[in-house]
Design a protein around this ligand. Sequence first.
Ligand code: NDP
Ligand code: OXD
Length: 313
Amino acid sequence: MEKGRILLAVTGFHPQRWRDLLSAEREVVLEPDGASDPSITYAVVWKQKPNLLASLPNLRAIFSIGAGVDHIFADPGLPDVPIVKVVADNLTQYMTEYVVWRVLDHHRQGLLYRSQQPKKIWHEPQQRPASDISVGIMGLGNLGRAAASVLLSLGFAVNGWSRSERPMKGVATYSGEAGLIPFLKATDILVVLLPLTPDTHGIINYGVLKELRKRNGLGGSVLINAGRGRLQKDADIMRALDDGTLKEASLDVFEVEPLPKTSPLWGHPKVFVTPHAAATSDPVHLVPIMLRQMDAFERGEKLDNLVDRKAGY
Ligand code: NDP
Ligand code: OXD
């Protein structure tokens, strides 16, 4: 079988590095040659333009540039071909670093010390062991499990919540709707690593934040969201921070991105903002995985890391 041609369809960033690396082995185009270009076999995408893929007659698979695939499902003309999501050590490592960094910063009172320094305040708050703190990971998938195992090794108590039951040694696991409230009630630092689907849209709202445990060495519960912005209601987070339901938050993702300059989250003293940068997709690491999958597929092997279209992730 001849090597299939790739359509590289991205918005929001310049795809030159992806193009250079993919084209080392395959022909790559940035625009199809007409709406029904028969030469395209694969699409490598990040937020592809709506209906761009709809009528490509020989499209055999779509490769997401991210671990999340909500950007693909946003397309009303999405063809019914397999979708492959990113599962890669490099991306997992980045996310683990982000989660551990943010958990440790909240646990070790980073926000307080940063506020004390300009005022030259020499004050040490009471220090608690990590074992006093329960970190609850919402979304115990590839990224959630990797972060959980490092947090465990640091001595934190770890809870996990997933759609189906996902046992993990050392982690108190909860699942489904019935498991959500017990999971929250046992959690001091909530780490959100869910995919955005119709079921999870808006799940991080005031009612959910209100259920978090406050009996802990941090002096209040903490939210860390590195999943997707539309999992959360920005206004509910503001409300929870302002009335003390939340002590602090680290937010990597927002309902609208880039976060509008008018958002009060930018200047909120209890919020740490990063620009959807928790785990970047690096083509140097991800392109070889995609090319290997395409080669294997053409030899008749199965594609790995397929998206479950019904579940939406
Ligand atoms: P996975 O598909 O491996 O894991 C998703 C987890 O979420 C699974 O445990 C799944 O449950 C759980 N889940 C899904 N729907 C529900 C639901 N309705 N109720 C309860 N649990 C649910 O994904 P990854 O770990 O690879 O990635 C997670 C997300 O992280 C991505 O979808 C993306 O949005 C985000 N991300 C953000 C990045 C950033 O830079 N900010 C970078 C990379 C990813 P089950 O185990 O039962 O299937
Ligand atoms: C992803 C992301 O989904 O970068 O991988 O957000």
